[in-house]
Design a binder for this molecule. Structure first.
Ligand SMILES: *Cc1c(COP(=O)(O)O)cnc(C)c1O
Length: 413
């Protein structure tokens, strides 16, 4: 039988495909049943033809599914699609974004190794690298998000193995220069890892700028509808299959097939959602800049953003769907009161820690995502009590403005 034109090719996507095509077509081959929507393989293990083939598969001499801690067709489908979207040779899915960073550290580092990481990365990443891996003798230096000289000065010859960046940062949307950090890492014999949660491959492909590994929380834009936790690492076959997969088999930070299937289907609309949410975020950011109660808006799509030009070059000309703003106030107590009052005055925005959802979310970073940091760490990260973060969804911008307006009027009074 001839292959039907829309049947996915073995192993993902031909290089000629546009990312829009990759997003809906890169997958694993169909089963003999010919399902159009990818099947969900809720199976913890896979039946082997005979004892000889079981032995060959366990020894790695023959390809095939064995056990879902190692691999599973639904998980492989999601990995195939994500790798193709990031322009990577391979991807490895994990139970969550933090699980991906844990696996990365377990797979690539040992006691005595050193990591340089931006001080503005996700709060749990700071805890994981600084405190938890610190206990096992892996030391991390935290440096400025934007000053490449600080990264360079922190590197220790022969010991620095990883540079870890997240861009734009949460919640201040500071942008780091991926190409400059990649060059620095490679000069020092280290690898550059980029947490690409905020942009997703729809806007930013760190490997194109020289990064070695892309880390994802599938919980954010990849699923895009706030339904599930997931994570992934993307990179060369040598790194993913040679170094990280063997550790995953023992460490078991595996993604459930169901969650993989949800994320796999979510990626079909990734680019449409992210481009549209980004356009709506820009509209909201421009409007917020004009509100008297707002002291400052943090959004890479604004000309007023300090790394606006870099962001536009690195992020396909878009700012992303997350923005923050500071309410003017006399001191931290008043700032916090105003921020809480504004958040509580909204009806449409959801008060919830996630972003990358089709529904707009609103948070107070200083008391939530960054609440576990010490006051000194928070100040170093520039997270004030008057700061509010918005993860812009797909509601109409006029409804979002109407939702924020009463709180802004009260804060400005
Ligand atoms: C959410 C998030 C993570 C962690 O992902 P989980 O799936 O929640 O474990 C890491 N980095 C960034 C930038 C995030 O937004």
């Amino acid at each position: 039988m001839s292959r039907h034109a829309d049947e996915p090719p073995e192993g993902g996507a031909p290089p000629s495909w546009h990312p829009d095509t990759v997003a809906v077509r890169a997958s694993v081959p169909r089963t003999p049943y010919g399902e159009h929507s990818e099947a969900l393989f809720l199976s913890s293990s896979f039946v082997q033809h005979d004892a000889r083939s079981a032995a060959a598969r366990f020894a790695g001499d023959e390809d095939g599914f064995i056990y879902s801690r190692f691999s599973n067709p639904s998980v492989a489908a999601m990995e195939t699609r994500l790798a193709a979207l990031e322009g990577a040779q391979a991807a490895l899915a994990t139970a969550s974004g933090m699980g991906a960073i844990t696996l990365l550290m377990l797979g690539l580092l040992q006691a005595g190794d050193h990591v340089v990481c931006s001080r503005s990365v996700f709060g749990s990443t700071i805890k994981l690298l600084g405190d938890i891996f610190g206990k096992f003798g892996v030391e991390t230096s935290f440096v400025s998000q934007t000053d490449v000289r600080e990264w360079k000065a922190a590197m220790r010859p022969g010991r620095t193995r990883l540079l870890f960046a997240e861009t734009p940062s949460n919640p201040l949307t500071e942008v780091c220069d991926i190409a400059a950090l990649a060059a620095l890492a490679h000069d020092g014999g280290a690898l550059l890892v980029v947490d690409n949660c905020f942009c997703s491959p729809a806007l930013q492909r760190p490997l194109d700028f020289g990064a070695d590994i892309v880390m994802h929380s599938g919980t954010k834009f990849l699923d895009g509808q706030g339904r599930t936790l997931a994570g992934a690492l993307c990179g060369t076959r040598e790194l993913i299959e040679g170094k990280l997969l063997p550790v995953q088999r023992s460490a078991g930070i595996s993604l459930s097939p169901f969650n993989a299937w949800v994320v796999h289907k979510g990626m079909e609309t990734l680019a449409l959602r992210v481009r549209e949410q980004s356009a709506r975020a820009l509209e909201l950011a421009l409007w917020l800049e004009q509100q008297p109660a707002v002291a400052r808006v943090y959004y890479p799509g604004l000309v007023s953003h300090p790394q606006h030009a870099l962001a536009m070059a690195q992020q396909s000309g878009q700012g992303g769907a997350v923005l923050s703003f500071d309410l003017g106030a006399d001191g931290p107590e008043q700032a916090r009161e105003r921020a809480f009052a504004l958040i509580d005055a909204t009806r449409l925005c959801s008060i919830t820690a996630n972003f990358g959802d089709t529904r707009t979310t609103i948070t107070h970073p200083a008391s939530t995502s960054h609440g576990r940091l010490s006051e000194a760490q928070r100040q170093a990260a520039g997270i004030g009590q008057g700061l509010i973060r918005i993860g812009v969804g797909l509601e109409h911008p006029s409804d979002l403005q109407a939702d924020l307006a009463p709180g802004l009027r009260a804060a400005g009074a």
